[in-house]
Design a protein around this ligand. Structure first.
Ligand code: CTP
Length: 432
């Protein structure tokens, strides 16, 4: 119990509305509910009528310690279950498992059960954990629905590959309860004002809005579109080896999440990383610098600005061997070719759009950063030095200096999520 409590501390005191739909994976909702409760969250459960065939309301009521909601009104006493109040009560609406059917209805705005009406009126972040057979998941209809939902700010905990209820093996298994809990933990950790809201006991009833983190559909950057590049690129040498760098993507992911929370539509062009996609962000995965170039240029065509946070390889093997390179006794020389500079390319074409760059330096920090600001036509550049303790790769903190044509602003050491908030704030003021 103690282990679970400390595993997801950001869930303590959060109000999570757990939506369960009609999938065999509904049995995992029991473990998920228990995990959330043990982490100190308040849980209420809304089920679709079909979900009751897969897991009993009694089980979920016992685990969540709250009555289960399925119908628009209580069949016993006629009491009305307000979907608006449910949506207002929650700090997060988590639909796990989410079937292809429910995802399609969410996408189309169909409101034929309490879970769906709650979704349509929810103002809190919405997270879905899809669960279905591999072909249903891979179907263009499902994929397009998921993309549309992601564009509208719904966060998706991707299903895993594995054996499915059908006996087939493929992608479609709902993510494990621990992974979903960790996703919510990250979501709440990244929210501005990380702590769970203090609530007095009278706020416990449905109908009080509490202070939920804002959904990405409302905020000062509403209507703005941003591209964020994040993480390291990976340049193949042969099918086994590659060249990369130590970037983990944490800073870029924090920025993408922060911009989305302020209402922007965000495309996150990401190198390989284990980080969960921030709520409300559309993520496009790439591997190499060339792929990142294409994805970023494509997304920038419709954007109002971009934040270039990725550690893009400056060189890539001139030739990639199709087969594993075998060793021999002599030395091996690799010929590398220059990659294209994404930031410089966008900078030359940005017009009135906003472009923010990063510079990670080890020496001559100020002059190097100023040179990059000019060369890549950034509006401002975020300088961090590897010489500063607590700054750089893999850590959760950063110490940065903003440099623009008007001067420099040095910030103290702070969490990367806070740095992201400062960057978003500066973007907001420049857009005004
Ligand atoms: N950048 C980019 N595409 C590249 C290289 C860099 O978009 N191919 C962006 C980075 O995301 C960052 C900025 O340019 O915002 C500066 O990156 P950095 O690696 O510090 O600069 P380089 O131009 O590669 O210069 P150097 O390697 O000489 O430090």
């Amino acid at each position: 119990m103690q282990t679970e409590r400390t595993a997801y501390p950001a869930l303590r005191g959060r109000r999570i509305l757990l939506g369960i739909t009609g999938s065999i994976a509904a049995y995992k909702a029991a473990a998920l509910c228990r995990l959330l409760k043990t982490a100190g969250a308040e849980v209420r459960v809304v089920m679709t009528p079909l979900a009751k065939q897969f897991i009993t309301p009694l089980t979920m009521a016992t685990l969540s310690k709250n009555p289960i909601l399925v119908e628009f009104f209580d069949p016993e006493n006629g009491a009305w279950h307000s979907h608006v109040s449910l949506g207002e009560w929650a700090d997060c609406f988590l639909i796990a498992p989410a079937t292809a059917n429910t995802l399609a209805k969410m996408c189309a705005g169909i409101a034929d059960n309490l879970l769906l009406t709650t979704y349509l009126s929810a103002r809190c972040p919405v997270v879905v954990a899809p669960a279905m057979d591999l072909d249903m998941y891979a179907h263009a209809a499902t994929q397009e629905n998921l993309q549309a939902l992601a564009r509208r700010g719904v966060a998706i905990v991707e299903p895993a590959e594995g054996e499915l209820a059908s006996g087939l093996v493929g992608k479609g298994r709902m993510a494990e309860p621990e992974e979903i809990a960790a996703f919510l933990h990250t979501l709440f950790s990244q929210a501005p004002g990380n702590d769970a809201p203090e609530r007095n006991p009278s706020e416990g009833s449905l109908g009080n809005s509490g202070s939920a983190p804002h959904a990405s559909s409302a905020g000062p950057l509403l209507g703005k579109r941003f591209v964020v590049t994040a993480g390291a690129t990976v340049e193949a040498i042969d099918p086994v080896r590659f060249i990369s760098n130590r970037s983990t993507g944490k800073m870029g992911y924090a920025i993408a999440g922060e911009l989305a929370r302020r209402g922007a539509a965000v495309v996150l062009v990401s190198g390989p990383t284990a980080l969960p996609t921030p709520a409300g962000v559309e993520r496009r995965d790439v591997v190499s610098a060339d792929e990142m170039f294409d994805a970023a240029v494509d997304a920038f065509a419709e954007a109002d600005g971009a934040v270039m946070c990725a550690a893009v390889a400056d060189y890539t093997p001139a030739e990639v061997s199709d087969v594993k390179i075998k060793k021999d006794n002599g030395e091996l020389t690799l010929t590398l070719r220059r990659t294209r500079d994404i930031a410089a390319h966008l900078g030359a074409r940005k017009g009135s759009r906003l472009l923010v760059g990063f510079a990670l330096e080890t020496d001559h920090e100020q002059s190097n950063a100023e040179a990059k600001l000019a060369r890549k036509n950034f509006d401002f550049i975020v300088l961090n030095s590897l010489r500063d303790a607590g700054a750089g790769f893999g850590v959760d903190t950063n110490k940065v200096t903003f440099i623009d044509r008007g001067g420099r602003q040095e910030l103290p050491l702070m969490a990367k999520t806070e740095v992201a908030a400062h960057i978003a704030q500066k973007i907001e003021s420049l857009l005004k």
